[in-house]
Structure formats: structure tokens, C-alpha cells
Ligand binder design. Structure first.
Ligand code: SF4
Length: 262
């Protein structure tokens, strides 16, 4: 059984050992799952509407003014918050007003919680929009998904919307400074952990030169029975291998806890 979608724009704060209390901002629809990927391991299950292009608002997207009003109310409350994270039910950068939203969230953070950081968990597909790429520079902890070293594995694991290009994602990631890469390692069918794929993945990391790599596996229920979890010890080995092959610091996480790495 996969997890239910979040039913609100704001959620949490959830505790993160690394960053403290993180308030989540869900910019995606709550009544159905919309994303530019349909990942085989997504803990929200299969994507109902796979699209890269959300031109204009449909009834599933919350207006920017509503998001900002809710966030302002929360930041005016005594709730303790260390991190404000764009994440949620799908891909945050699909929201048509994502850049405007980032400006407003940073302004509210500066006004009410200057000590808190902002974060983005993105699947990287929104980077084809120049205004999204500009917004990334405003975010303290931008984290981008890269689950494959080859186009073939990318297509099989992430099952992207029409118009998404693996090579252009890698190119955009390589042109950004100070980003983190997040990778979900899986075994079975499909897999991104067999030796040839790992070599190709290391090459992509060398091109991108992220500030760090965060490795996870499937700690929660997944929609596909043909994939299997990479156990914590294997994940630690992969993290060590990444660092020795590419020089990029890599950390392995299991069940939300860091097992190894910077
Ligand atoms: S990008 Fe995230 S939300 Fe979208 S299908 Fe993949 S895991 Fe699920």
C-alpha cells in the first residue's frame, strides 16, 4: 500500500536530524497525483497526470496568494521552524508561479525567521525554464534528483513526461552552482545499481560536480513489485565508491537517518 497524498499546502514541521524542524510547502494538487515523472519507486503510487507543462492554473493548483497567506500565518505563530522546504505530492517547479513563490517565501523567511534556511526537493525537470533556474540561486539547499547515468535507465526508472530530456537535465545541473544531487538506488527490474550503470552515473556526477550526493533506497512502500530495496550496507558501499571515484562527498540515508558520509 503506497502512502496517501498530502491534503494541505503546508505540512509538518517534520524533524530532520540534519536540519532540524522542516516545514513543508506542497505546491502540487492534493486530490490527484500530478508530476513530470512516474517513478517506479514513488511512495505516492502511480502518477495520475504525467506532464511537464502546467500552463495556467487548473483547479488542482493553489494560488500563490493563498500559499503566501498560509505561510505568513504559520511564521507569525510560535511554531519552531529551522527549514522551509518546497516538496510535497509532486514536482514543485511544475507550479506555474514557482519563481514568484520562491521570491515571496524568501521575503517572508527574511522578515519572520531570518535564522531559518530554505530548501527545494526537485526532480530536475523544471530546469528547462530559465526563470526556474534563476530561482534556484535564491534557495539555500537546492536538491535535485538524478537516478541514472544513462538515458535508458532514466526512461525505465523515472518514466518521464513527453518532452523531458535526460541529456538536457544533466546539462542544466552542470550549469548550476552549489546544488546537491539526490539518488534513489534500486535493485531488481529496473535497476540503477549494476556495474555499467554505476560507471555511467559516476561520469555524470563528474560532469555536474554537485556539492554533495544524498543516497536513499526504498524505505517506504512502492507501486512496483519488480524492484527491490538496496540494503543499508550496500548503500554505504555505493556512497564510499562515489566519493573515491568522483571526489564528490556522498552520504547514505536509511529510514531517514544518515548512515555514512558528509
Ligand atoms: S518525482 Fe517524486 S513525486 Fe514525482 S513520481 Fe518521482 S518520486 Fe514521485
Amino acid at each position: 500500500m503506497t502512502l496517501p497524498l498530502k491534503t494541505s499546502v503546508l505540512y509538518g514541521p517534520v524533524n530532520s536530524r540534519r536540519y532540524g524542524r522542516s516545514l513543508g510547502i506542497n505546491l502540487s494538487p492534493c486530490r490527484y497525483k500530478e508530476c513530470s515523472f512516474n517513478c517506479v519507486y514513488c511512495h505516492y503510487g502511480l502518477t495520475d497526470k504525467i506532464t511537464l507543462n502546467t500552463n495556467g492554473h487548473d483547479d488542482g493548483y493553489t494560488e500563490c496568494a493563498d500559499v503566501i497567506e498560509q505561510l505568513q500565518d504559520t511564521l507569525e505563530s510560535p511554531l519552531e521552524i529551522d527549514l522551509i522546504t518546497f516538496s510535497g505530492n509532486g514536482e514543485p517547479t511544475l507550479h506555474p508561479d514557482f519563481p514568484k513563490m520562491v521570491d515571496a517565501v524568501v521575503e517572508l523567511r527574511d522578515r519572520y525567521r531570518p535564522g531559518a534556511k530554505t530548501a527545494l526537493l526537485s526532480n530536475s525537470t523544471g530546469l528547462y525554464r530559465e526563470e526556474v533556474r534563476r530561482s534556484v540561486a535564491e534557495i539555500d539547499l537546492p536538491v535535485f534528483k538524478l537516478d541514472a547515468g544513462t538515458e535508458r535507465t532514466f526512461m525505465r526508472i523515472n518514466r518521464p513526461a513527453k518532452g523531458v530530456s535526460f541529456e538536457s537535465i544533466v546539462e542544466h545541473l552542470a550549469n548550476l552552482d552549489g546544488i546537491y544531487v539526490q539518488t534513489v538506488c534500486i535493485d531488481g527490474e529496473p535497476s540503477n545499481t549494476h556495474p555499467d550503470e554505476m560507471i555511467a552515473y559516476y561520469e555524470r556526477l563528474q560532469t555536474i560536480q554537485p556539492r554533495g550526493v544524498h543516497l536513499y533506497s526504498t524505505d517506504r512502500p512502492v507501486p512496483s513489485s519488480s524492484i527491490s530495496r538496496v540494503d543499508p550496507e550496500w548503500l554505504e558501499d555505493i556512497a564510499s565508491q562515489i566519493t573515491s571515484e568522483t571526489g564528490v562527498p556522498a552520504a547514505a540515508y536509511s529510514n531517514g537517518k544518515k548512515r555514512l558520509g558528509a
